[in-house]
Design a protein around this ligand. Structure first.
Ligand code: OMP
Length: 254
């Protein structure tokens, strides 16, 4: 099934625009998981079991798994396979992008080996660095447009509209999306005005204190609103995900 179709089905079924970020940190996960054979997978599995009825997607950030070496990669693979059981799409947050030949290998790793449904990529090296990902027509490709961190003012501030317009043109297979931080609601409005019906992945609510109300208002027709630490480290992830899903829906209808 195509990424976008899978996203829409999960979104419809769970009445949700919420994406939960699976960014597990061994030093922060509860003690009872640390004694298990695969602590990261067991922690994720518990989060998935508690939140799977309230999300439209999951977004594991590759850094947290790669930092653990081969066992981390195995935990990531198992996590992706586990999410698949519920028909929910997985966006691998890897922010890749290199010369075409190397990007092709990154795309193979994400889509053929890890079997993610979508990936985040950087546009900095230009279209040929993103093309190998776009060639996987059934997979989603989220291009960084304006990120949530302070440093996005260094370079991205001068070119985010150029990125949004370029990616709209690269979208021949209908599999592109953009990434815009929830901490940049005014720019999100400008971006969604030119990005048509491309989905916009919006991280930065919760721990980074992005403006949820403005994000829902300015996020275009297909916002995907991500929270990672705000959900996974809550003492009750089930309640945290449900509350955030419901709050988004409330804002949508107000
Ligand atoms: P929390 O701040 O814990 O909700 O995590 C946010 C997640 O989204 C992390 O995995 C970040 O790496 C990622 N992210 C941002 O925080 N800001 C961005 O602009 C883009 C991303 C991303 O591409 O997902």
């Amino acid at each position: 099934m195509k990424f976008l179709q899978k996203l829409e089905e999960a979104s419809k079924k769970n009445k949700s625009l919420l994406c939960v970020g699976l960014d597990p940190d061994l030093s922060k996960i509860p003690r009872n998981f640390r004694d298990k054979l695969d602590p990261i997978f067991e922690f994720n599995k518990n989060i998935i079991n508690q939140t799977k009825d309230y999300v439209c997607a999951y977004k594991p950030n590759a850094a947290f798994y790669e930092a653990l070496g081969n066992p981390g990669t195995e935990s990531l693979k198992r996590t992706i396979e586990y999410v698949k059981v519920f028909g929910i799409p997985v966006i691998l947050d890897a922010k890749r992008g290199d010369i075409g030949n190397s990007s092709a290998a990154y795309a193979k790793a994400a889509f053929d080996v890890l079997r993610a449904d979508a990936i985040t990529v950087s546009p900095y090296m230009g279209k040929d660095s993103v093309q190998p990902f776009l060639d996987y027509r059934d997979k989603g490709v989220f291009v960084l447009c304006l990120t949530s961190n302070e440093g996005s003012r260094d370079f991205q501030a001068f070119m985010y509209m150029k990125v949004a317009e370029a990616v709209s043109k690269w979208n021949n297979n209908g599999n592109c999306g953009l990434v815009v931080g929830a901490t940049r609601p005014e720019q999100l409005k400008e971006i969604s005005a030119v990005s048509g019906d491309m989905p916009i992945l919006i991280p930065g609510v919760g721990a980074q204190q992005g403006d949820l109300e403005a994000v829902v208002k300015n996020g275009g027709p297909r916002p995907i609103i991500n929270s990672s630490r705000g959900i996974i480290y809550d003492k009750d992830p089930h309640r945290a995900a449900k509350e955030l899903r419901d709050r988004i829906n409330e804002l949508l209808s107000s």
